[in-house]
Design a protein. Sequence first.
Length: 121
Amino acid sequence: MANPRLQHYVDTMGAVPDAISVMFDMDEEFAGHYTDIRELIYRERPDGMTLAMKELILVLLDIAVSNKGGAVNHMRAAQRAGLTRTQLYEMLLEAFLVLGVSGWGKVGFHLWEAWDEEEEN
């Protein structure tokens, strides 16, 4: 790995997303500042959210902006951090309540399928 700052993504996502690699190629200083913010968010705090919950919120935000790839990546990271299928289910119901069939049809149902694919592997 050419840039040691990329290790944060491997640690939290399991790999460096293509968009992050390109960001570092385009402007390493900018990408470094982005990574600073991300590391601040992911920092463990005694009374803070678990990593699984942080990732689940990112899944929900990705659903809201129709980012299927990001939602699946964060869902897998949440799964590795201990998210349960029931917790995903409950969040998907909440997302449907607010975003309706559009959010479900663009991204939501893909997550349910991706969870099953992850468990099969």
